[in-house]
Design a protein around this ligand. Structure first.
Ligand code: CAA
Ligand code: NAP
Length: 248
């Protein structure tokens, strides 16, 4: 069998990097999607770093919140490698604000980068997976999409929306060997979490029973498992990885 292809949006970010490495280790040909405001040199530097660490990972530019840009990204990948067998919808942003201060722009930016992006990207790869009768879609949601969070009405709504998307699409494609699942990380030490004020982050960390923040690798192991042959019977599921911060 020829090497399967995985596209990871936000692949050069904190969790994305760990996911790309795990999927490469699992034998996938991996492409990391990036946006970085069009800073291609930054992506190339990331790629060099991965190579030095022993990982050969391609990069593909695109703004996943924009349908046309997403199409250019996927067209480029498909043109170069053929079918995308595994899509990890990992790109995301926060624009935290209490609801009464939240602007329409903050709402739209977060909905577009975290949820509309999932529509934009998945619809471009799903037919290829169905034709191959094999595919994996993994959507990166959040503990805050499950429990809500002070200051995150926009983000929690977008991340919660992923569950409805996952469970609906999973039903539509299950008979054709394609699984669709959601992973909900808790607080993981990346630049996204580093942006929270120290005092607030300390308070949040004190509510995590395991007693620490998570590591990107701890998310990546699960994504890699869901993307494997062995996870063929898991679909429409959510895996919560949050150190016990939210159990249900
Ligand atoms: N619960 C209840 N009340 C709270 C509160 C809380 N958690 N936090 C603040 N307040 C209160 C304050 O005491 C204050 O009360 P008074 O007005 O009576 O004095 C009031 O709310 C402050 O309201 P403001 O609108 O002025 O809030 P702010 O501008 O000071 O801060 C915020 C708002 C930026 C959202 C800040 O609370 C914050 O950063 N919160 C953290 C949000 C968070 O967890 N983000 C996660 C980012 S990482 C991520 O998203 C990854 C992932 O998936 C886990
Ligand atoms: P991060 O390091 O900031 O990574 C976010 C990635 O998303 C970046 O690589 C960024 O790409 C990409 N991105 C954002 N907007 C994009 C757009 N419009 N088009 C293309 N790419 C875009 O943060 P992270 O913690 O690794 O987050 C990864 C995912 O995990 C996010 O969906 C986040 O919501 C979720 N998550 C994180 C945590 C956590 O605690 N860290 C917890 C739960 C869920 P560029 O930098 O190239 O622009």
């Amino acid at each position: 069998m020829s090497q399967r292809v995985a596209l990871v949006t936000g692949g050069t970010g904190g969790i994305g990097t760990a996911i790309c490495r795990e999927l490469a280790t699992a034998g996938y040909l991996v492409i990391a999607g990036y946006n970085s405001g069009g800073n291609h040199d930054k992506a190339k530097a990331w790629q060099d770093e991965q190579r030095e660490a022993g990982y050969e990972i391609d990069v593909a530019y695109g703004d996943v919140s924009d349908a046309e840009s997403a199409k250019q990204c996927v067209d480029g990948v498909v043109g170069k490698y053929g079918t995308v067998h595994c899509l990890v919808n990992n790109a995301g942003i926060t624009r935290d604000s209490t609801f009464r201060k939240m602007t329409l722009e903050q709402w739209d930016q977060v909905m577009n980068a975290n949820l509309r992006s999932v529509f934009n990207m998945t619809r471009l790869v799903i037919n290829g997976m169905l034709e191959e009768k094999w595919g994996r879609v993994v959507n990166i949601s959040s503990v805050n999409g499950q429990k809500g969070q002070f200051g995150q009405a926009n983000y929690a709504a977008a991340k919660a929306g992923m569950h409805g998307f996952t469970k609906s699409l999973a039903q539509e494609v299950a008979a054709k060997g394609v699984t669709v699942n959601t992973v909900s990380p808790g607080y993981i030490m990346t630049s996204m979490v580093a942006a929270i004020g120290d005092d607030i982050l300390e308070k949040i960390a004190s509510t995590i029973p395991v007693g620490r923040l998570g590591k990107p690798e701890e998310i990546a192991y699960t994504v890699s498992f869901l993307a494997s042959e062995r996870a063929a019977f898991i679909t429409g599921s959510n895996v919560a990885i949050n150190g016990g911060q939210h159990m249900f």
